[in-house]
Ligand binder design. Structure first.
Ligand SMILES: [Zn+2]
Length: 159
């Protein structure tokens, strides 16, 4: 467990950025699609270490193989795991690209405002990844970038 994505064959590159108005976390990895034998669970735990309103989180997203018809649904669960009473705003923005670099998930976001310790956000993201005029889907590999932003914990800026 240890808070990291379970399947060790997937190499997840992690980036953290602490800015003036937000904390951002990004996870970049490639997933085989055509050869996917079983759903793969992205699972990460992270914390902001914010000086004014720290928060800790866990994020889970289950990747299913994209079938020939291109229809997909990926359930996402984001949980604030600390017990802080300060409210923050959070945004999860998964971007998935196919073999040709086409962004398949332009409008996929999970967001919440006024999130306090113990709160959970759940959403199933659904899409159609078919990449031909006939609606047929052939994807060897998915390139995934998941961005998570935690906002309004340490700034009174209205930006
Ligand atoms: Zn902060």
């Amino acid at each position: 467990m240890a808070g990291e994505s379970r399947n060790r064959t997937v190499d997840v590159k992690r980036d953290v950025y602490h800015g003036n108005i937000l904390h951002s976390f990004s996870y970049t990895f490639k997933l085989p699609n055509l050869d996917m034998r079983a759903p793969w669970t992205f699972r990460e735990e992270f914390r902001t270490r914010c000086e004014s309103g720290p928060s800790s989180w866990s994020c889970e997203m289950v990747f299913h193989k994209v079938e020939d018809n291109g229809k997909v649904s990926f359930p996402v669960t984001l949980k604030r795991t600390d017990s802080g009473s300060n409210a923050v705003k959070v945004l999860v923005d998964p971007q998935i690209y196919d073999d040709f670099g086409r962004n398949l998930t332009d409008s996929w976001v999970v967001k919440g405002e006024g999130i306090r310790g113990g709160d959970v956000l759940e959403k199933t993201l659904e899409g159609d990844f078919s990449n031909t005029a006939e609606g047929f889907c052939f994807i060897l590999q998915l390139r995934v970038q998941i961005f998570i932003f935690v906002m309004y914990c340490h700034s009174t800026s209205t930006v």
